[in-house]
Design a protein around this ligand. Structure first.
Ligand code: ZN
Ligand code: ZN
Length: 364
């Protein structure tokens, strides 16, 4: 099968004929139909975060059709449409046993080693092991993934839209609904309107937030932010966002930071009103530290981390798909380009430059 292999940090993608093994116990072989390009892929390509040993096939925001079901992969049949996520779980580690499968240590160890749950890879090129990115590795015609990270979706759900749900939407919407539990009528600010930020905005709209302020440095993204639910926009390239937020509503109950940058985290923290909180959704560089004004803690202001929108796959995915099919969740607007395997390098250049919304790799 054809796959885009990345040989190291900063390398260009090489489209190669990669061997893929059959699925083992608890795994699925899936024909990839669509795979969104996410900032986490870029973090691996640019070395902002150490996410996978190289050479590797990256890509993780994926949807496709099940081709073959490994033994003990209960609940799946060939032909099923599925989305694949970066939160598979082993059901036996201490995190899984205590009801926190998103922190599954078996999955974490597998990802760090670039393998699946048994540590081995199903991918090779001319006899050399190729690693799996975050157990998904979807910049390829086929993937073998842990069944526990996949969810069957209805056939009427378009697979390129479904792919976005598997990372950007679960993360953004989940940050609002699961992590922060945003209350109806509240004031929200979102710093960074990329794939995740736009989904924080629409999550806030669906949660009934009264004021939703989108902050970015490109007018193109701020326009998109309006389309998915922002009530106000601030172009931070020409004005101080903290001053503007205070002018609009005196400060927010929830400030979401979706860029993973210290400067925007400080701005987000500065925008929070008494009793409000900062939710760190963007991932910082490995080893990064933050300096923040400590005075607001007197006003019971709080800060929390967020991983994958504290998502519950089995509960959230069906709800989000129903929401899209009922025209409450906007996904069509979020796809700016469809590309093929040869277009990955250019599409990641667009993502680096902050152009457009989601680029999605699609296969015929
Ligand atoms: Zn992602
Ligand atoms: Zn586990």
């Amino acid at each position: 099968m054809k796959a885009a292999v990345l040989d190291g940090v900063g390398a260009k993608f090489q489209v190669r004929e990669v061997e893929i093994d059959k699925p083992k116990s608890g795994e699925l072989l899936v024909k990839v139909v669509a795979s969104g390009l996410c900032a986490s892929d870029l973090n691996a390509i640019d070395g902002k975060r150490k996410l996978v040993p190289f050479p590797a096939v990256i890509g993780h925001e994926a949807a496709g059709v099940v081709v073959e079901v490994g033994i003990e992969s209960v609940g799946f049949s060939p032909g099923d449409h599925v989305i694949m996520s970066i939160v598979p779980n082993c059901r036996t580690c201490s995190y899984c046993m205590s009801g926190r499968p998103n922190y599954c240590s078996t999955a974490g160890n597998a990802m760090a080693a670039g393998g699946l749950f048994d540590g081995t890879s199903r991918l090779s090129y001319e006899g050399t092991r190729i690693n799996h990115f975050l157990t998904v590795a979807s910049f390829a015609e086929y993937v073998v993934v842990p069944a526990s990270g996949a969810v069957v979706i209805p056939d009427e759900m378009p697979l390129d839209r479904a792919a976005l749900i598997s990372c950007a939407v679960l993360t953004g919407y989940g940050a609002v609904v699961n992590t922060a539990k945003v209350k109806a009528g509240s004031r929200v600010a979102v710093f960074g309107c990329g794939g995740v930020g736009l989904n924080i905005i629409q999550g806030a709209r669906i949660a009934g937030a009264k004021t939703i302020i989108a902050i970015d440095i490109t007018s193109e993204k701020l326009e998109l932010a309006r389309k998915v639910g922002a009530t106000h926009t601030i172009n931070a390239s020409s004005t101080d966002p903290v001053t503007e937020v205070k002018k609009i509503c005196g400060g927010v109950d929830y400030a979401f930071e979706a860029l993973g940058l210290e400067a925007t985290i400080q701005q987000a923290w500065g925008s929070v009103d008494v009793d409000g909180g900062l939710i760190l959704v963007g991932l910082l560089k490995n080893g990064a530290t933050l300096t923040l004004d400590a005075d607001p803690f007197v006003n019971e202001q709080w800060i929390t981390g967020c991983y994958f929108g504290s998502a519950n796959l089995k509960k959230d995915v069906p709800k989000l798909i129903e929401s899209y099919l009922n025209a409450h969740l906007f996904l069509d607007e979020l796809i700016s380009e469809q590309i093929d395997l040869d277009g990955l390098d250019l599409a990641f250049n667009r993502l680096r430059a902050g152009e457009g919304a989601r680029n999605v790799l699609v296969f015929d």
